[in-house]
Design a binder for this molecule. Structure first.
Ligand SMILES: Nc1ncnc2c1ncn2[C@@H]1O[C@H](COP(=O)(O)OP(=O)(O)O)[C@@H](O)[C@H]1O
Ligand SMILES: CC(=O)N[C@@H](CCC(=O)OP(=O)(O)O)C(=O)O
Length: 308
């Protein structure tokens, strides 16, 4: 007599069918995924995230990874006896610091992420300025910030992205490769035959990439389950955040630290036409797939003000 098919097997097939609508909806669409430094040293979380990204690519989405790695840079600076200095949330970047940032973010972490994607069955291309072939895709200019009294604050080699090599990224996506982009840019301007390398906040780098590609979605993966009313209470998650509520919460000090550039990047990205922006907990297993392929809201979605 034939063995009955276990219920669990049928449920698995049901799940596949449920996902079909989402898979069709997002086929061929670009999603930019920003990996925060807080996740990169959590091996299990990183493994699950990168497998999710391989899944997305396998079912016809076009994932593009932009990564930070502030924590790893802090560790490398400490090992070199250097003390990080922060100016309005940006790392003051002198020559020695830039050397470390390039080695750690542009080299080690960038290669590690691409290699891991390949080891999970995907194809990936690290896009950086180190090594023999420079295949950088981000260009920019130094930024200057203003102090409380309007004075100019020096940040050293810190910049923001003004131009993205969209064709290079899209060609990789079309060829079934996942572009892996570190948060560094080169100056557009060439001086003495050379471009200067600049350190860029990873949230703003991801924003620039999403805008340039006209991405369907931008997902920030961090170590918190979204924007919280009380940052120490995960149950206080705000499911949906509008520009006016964000401003109110930043003003009240509810949104602070590393969450400020993230929320600012989200708002600017929305204003510049990216369909949807999410802040999601990268440590929650399959948070990325849940966010994209189900109705389950797992993080905070940032949306424009509802029409009056
Ligand atoms: N209202 C808030 N909700 C959630 N996190 C917040 C909030 N305010 C400040 N944070 C802090 O922001 C951090 C996330 O930003 P950051 O450390 O820059 O992450 P990443 O390295 O992933 O980019 C959280 O770990 C948390 O400590
Ligand atoms: C200018 C500046 O501050 N650059 C950041 C780049 C890394 C980053 O932003 O990483 P996370 O996403 O892990 O925070 C830095 O040097 O730490």
């Amino acid at each position: 007599m034939q063995e009955p098919i276990p219920k669990k097997a049928i449920q698995k097939a049901d799940v596949l069918i449920e996902a079909m609508g989402w898979i069709r909806r997002f086929r061929d669409s670009v999603t930019v995924i920003k990996l925060g430094g807080s996740l990169l040293d959590d091996e299990e979380a990183l493994r699950h995230l990168l497998i999710d990204i391989v899944f997305m690519e396998t079912v016809g989405m076009r994932p593009v990874v932009v990564h930070g790695g502030g924590k790893a840079v802090n560790q490398a600076m400490a090992a070199a006896g250097l003390e990080p200095r922060w100016v309005q949330g940006r790392r003051y970047t002198d020559d020695a610091t830039l050397g470390i940032v390039e080695k750690v973010l542009g080299g080690e972490l960038n290669e590690l992420i691409a290699n891991k994607i390949e080891s999970y069955g995907g194809r990936a291309m690290p896009l950086n300025t180190t090594g023999e072939s420079n295949n950088n895709v981000l260009y920019g200019e130094p930024i200057t910030l203003e102090g409380e009294n309007g004075e100019r604050l020096d940040l050293g080699h810190v910049g923001h992205v003004t131009r993205v090599d969209r064709d290079a990224i899209e060609n990789l996506c079309f060829a079934g490769q996942v572009p892996v982009i570190p948060c560094l840019c080169e100056t557009d301007e060439v001086v003495d035959g050379k471009r200067q390398l600049l350190n860029v906040n990873a949230d703003t780098a991801a924003m620039a990439v999403a805008e340039a590609l006209g991405a369907e979605k931008l997902v920030f993966l961090s170590d918190v389950n979204g924007v919280l009313r009380d940052k120490d209470d995960p149950s206080s998650r705000i499911g949906t955040l509008t520009p006016s509520l964000s401003k109110e919460l930043v003003g009240a000090g509810v949104i602070s630290g590393g969450m400020i550039p993230k929320v600012e990047a989200c708002l600017q990205t929305l204003a510049n036409g990216v369909g949807k922006v999410h802040i999601v907990d990268g440590k929650l297993r399959h948070s990325l797939l849940l966010e994209i392929y189900t109705n389950q809201g797992v993080g905070t979605q940032i949306v424009n003000e509802p029409a009056a």
